[in-house]
Write a protein that binds this ligand. Sequence first.
Ligand code: GAR
Length: 417
Amino acid sequence: MLKIAVLVSGNGTNLQALLDAEKNNILRSGKIVQVISDNPKAYALERAKVAGIKFNVAKSEEEILKLLSITNPGIIVLAGFLKILSKDFINRCNAQIINVHPSLIPSFCGKGFYGLKVHEAVLKSGVKFTGATVHIVNEIPDGGKILSQKPVKVYDDDTPETLQLRVMQRAEWIILPRTLEKLCKSKKIFKRDFKYPGRGIIIGTTPEGRKMFAYFIMGRSASSRARIFERSGNDLIIKLTGDKNKNKNIDSSLILYSPVKVFEKNIIVTNGDQTDTIYNAMSAGKDFKNALMEREHEPDAPHFTPRISAVITPENSCYTMNILKKAGKFFYQYDFENGKGHLIHTYNHDVEPDQKLPSFRGRPKIINIPENIGEFANNLWNELDENNKVALYVRYYSSDMKNFEDRLFNKEDEKTS
Ligand code: GAR
C-alpha cells in the first residue's frame, strides 16, 4: 500500500478532509500512516490521535526527516503546514511532496502568503475570484507544478475569516483528497491488490531521461524467504540468511543465482541462472535472443515458474524483455520513453495456497517512473505484500550511464532492525 505522511501546523481541517476521504473510499490508493506537526499545540494532532494515526511534533527539518524514515512514505502532503521547506530537505526526502495553498497560484502565493494573510491580501486587491491550488513542492515556495485548482467567488461583505472558510469548504477540502487519490493511483505499480506476483523486473527511464531497473523477489516457502540480496561490484547476488533451520533440504539451483550481471555496456537482469547463460552467450559474441532460445521455464512442477529476463542495451536506446513459459518464448522490445517503464513478473494472479500458480499473461505492464529513486524504491517495497516480500533492488543510472545510485531492501534486515 502506498504510504502517505501529512505535515500540519494548525487546526488540521485539511487533514480531517483526507481522513474522511479515506473513510469514504475517495482516497483508496494510499494510506495515511503518519502525521507530523511543527506546532505542539496544533489541533491537527488531536485529529490524528482520534483517527488512530501515529503522530509526532518535530521542530527542525532534521527531526522531520528522522520521523519520516520510520514509516518511509512515498507521498508527503503539506496540509496547512506553514513552514517553508528547504531545498536540502526536499532533495533528501524519499517522497513526492504536495501542498494545498488557499489561492489560485500564481496569485497571492510565495513567501509571506499563508493562512489568513492570503485572504486578507485577496480582499485588499479587490479580485472577484480566488480559490485553492494543489501543487508539487519544489525549492520555490508555492512554485512547483500545479496539479489542480478550483475557483471560489469573493463577496463584497467577505471578511478574511468568511472567505477562508468558503475557500476551504468549496475548494481545499474537495480538491486535496481527489488530487491525492489521483496521484497515489498513478504511482501504483500493481493496478489491483496482488499478494503474490512472485519475482518481478522493471526497466524504464526517469522523466529526465535516466535509465533504471528494479528487481524484486517474493517467496512463500521458508527456504525461499531465507534469502537476501547482496551487492557484488556492479552485480547483484542472492545469498541465504544464516538461519540453519530454514535452510535445510534446499534445492539451491532455483533460488540462489545472480539476478544482475553487466557485460560490457549491457545490463542483464533475470530471475534465475539464465543470467549466466546470457552473459556467456554475449561473451561469445551471441545476443540475448540466441541465448534464451536455449532455455525454458523452471522445472518446478506443478507451477513451472516462468523465467523472466531483460537486457538494457544503452547504445541501441532500447531494452528487451523476455518470458520463457509453458505457453512459449516471448520477446518484447521497447524504446526508452522518459517517465515510463515496463514491469514483467512471474505469476498472473493470486490463488489458494495449494493451487498451481498461474504464469504471467499478456504483455509487460506500462508503469510510471519518478525521478526520485528513494520515492520509487520505497513505494515499490511498501506495495509488495508484507508476508511474501523477500528483497528488492533498484538502480538508477546517471544520464551518461557512467555512474549509478541504488537502493537495496532485505526483509531479513527489517526483522532484525
Ligand atoms: C489552509 O487554508 C491551507 O490551505 C493554508 O493554511 C490553512 C490551514 O488550515 N495553507 C497555507 O497557507 C500554506 N501556504 P487547516 O490547518 O485547518 O488545514
